[in-house]
Design a protein around this ligand. Sequence first.
Ligand SMILES: Nc1ncnc2c1ncn2[C@@H]1O[C@H](COP(=O)(O)OP(=O)(O)O)[C@@H](O)[C@H]1O
Ligand SMILES: [Mg+2]
Length: 251
Amino acid sequence: MGDQPLVTLKGITKSFGPVKSLNGVDLTLAPGEVLGLVGDNGAGKSTLMKVLAGALQHDGGQIAIDGRDVRFASPADARRERIGIVYQDLALCDTLDVASNLFLGREPRKGPFIDRRTMHRKAAETLSELHVRVKSTHQEIGQLSGGQRQAVAIARAVSFQPRVLILDEPTAALAVAEVRQVLRMIRDVAAQGVGVILITHRLQDLFEVCDRITVMYEGRSVEDEPVSALDIERLVAMITRSGSETAEEVA
Ligand SMILES: Nc1ncnc2c1ncn2[C@@H]1O[C@H](COP(=O)(O)OP(=O)(O)O)[C@@H](O)[C@H]1O
Ligand SMILES: [Mg+2]
């Protein structure tokens, strides 16, 4: 494998009827890397990540994992390649408890019954490995704070042992301490070799956790820079394409 990227997207296109949402996107991700994916509303970030997670099928272009061409017909296909995603609107079940949400659809069983004791023990282990604190794994999800819900959603994705973890706006609605918690989870997961793609409008977060940033604009990837080469002003200029060089390219 060597220098082979974990994920390579090349020339990805996707239309919804007359709307061309993705118009030739390139992106790479290395193991253990945290990649920030930014761009204005409607740039195509969520659509691109749904393609990578198998929730949408692209029209053209290639997806390669470890340099091997793949095509995902469903989220299950992407999960088999160990690609995990936490969507913007967390798909959690408010009326179930923390442990049930973590193991929804793959609860440990004893004969025909859900083995609740094992499920709660495993849930507590998973959460503690990720430094997520909840009062009890028996708490209903609907009673948790936004940050705790986000943490549980990430823990659920991590418990599938992904090699790629996609987080779409995980900190958008969170209080300051909760943001810290999510950023810490991202660093922990990446330190274990997982490639993380972080979509966020909170540009300051990118500078705390990302190694590299890819900028999308109107369905295309337009910039790709290591964070060390950027500051907030430059990044804002790249996102809005107001910088001098980028303005020339557009013309
Ligand atoms: N299911 C859909 N049907 C029609 N248009 C869509 C659909 N999903 C996304 N789009 C359009 O694709 C473009 C990119 O959207 P999106 O990927 O959500 O952007 P971002 O996440 O960067 O804000 C937008 O113009 C959006 O309206
Ligand atoms: Mg989006």
